[in-house]
Design a protein around this ligand. Structure first.
Ligand SMILES: [Zn+2]
Length: 176
């Protein structure tokens, strides 16, 4: 790797220095600013890790697995499906080595299922439907002032027009 081509990122060059075995300068700096910048450093480390993650894990794996937290050297990775948990476990040592090679101070990996909360979404959808303006049985029916067709009152009172007219508005807004 040619150092002249490296981007002048602090976290990156610090990691690079550590990689090259010159720990004295960065550690001296970090110890004297420790209290002030510890939170900042933590965030930088995590964001650097997030940035490197697709390169470390590869395209396929990084699409389905995300670093969830990075605390005291323990990196927790969430996988979207048991199949990807298996893939992570299978590649655990390789990933750990790749993370270390990139200068991330990861001591161990923890892998867990990280499902998208589907049951919660269902509840929310139910709640939305309960109050949905398109429900004639709750809100009654009236006439849209734009297209003159009968429309749920809930839609008229919410948007000032029927759902069809609103969708037309929205689609022209998107085209702009
Ligand atoms: Zn209308």
């Amino acid at each position: 790797m040619n150092p002249a081509n490296d981007p002048p990122l602090n976290a990156y060059s610090q990691a690079k220095l550590l990689n090259e075995g010159i720990p004295s300068a960065p550690s001296a700096i970090s110890s004297c600013l420790d209290n002030v910048t510890s939170q900042l450093n933590k965030n930088e480390k995590v964001s650097a890790l997030w940035k490197d993650w697709p390169k470390i894990a590869g395209k396929e794996l990084s699409l389905h697995c995300t670093p969830l937290s990075f605390l005291r050297g323990v990196l927790i990775i969430g996988a979207s499906h048991p199949q990807w948990v298996q893939a992570l476990i299978f590649n655990k040592n390789q990933l750990l080595a790749a993370l270390k090679a990139k200068g991330h101070e990861v001591k161990s990996l923890k892998i867990q299922n990280h499902y998208k909360p589907q049951s919660k979404t269902k509840d929310t959808q139910k709640a939305i439907w309960k109050k949905h303006p398109s429900r004639i049985d709750i809100h009654g029916i009236s006439k849209c002032t734009f297209c003159n067709s009968p429309a749920p009152s809930g839609e008229i009172s919410l948007w000032g027009k029927c759902g069809f007219c609103r969708r037309k508005d929205l689609s022209t807004e998107f085209k702009k």
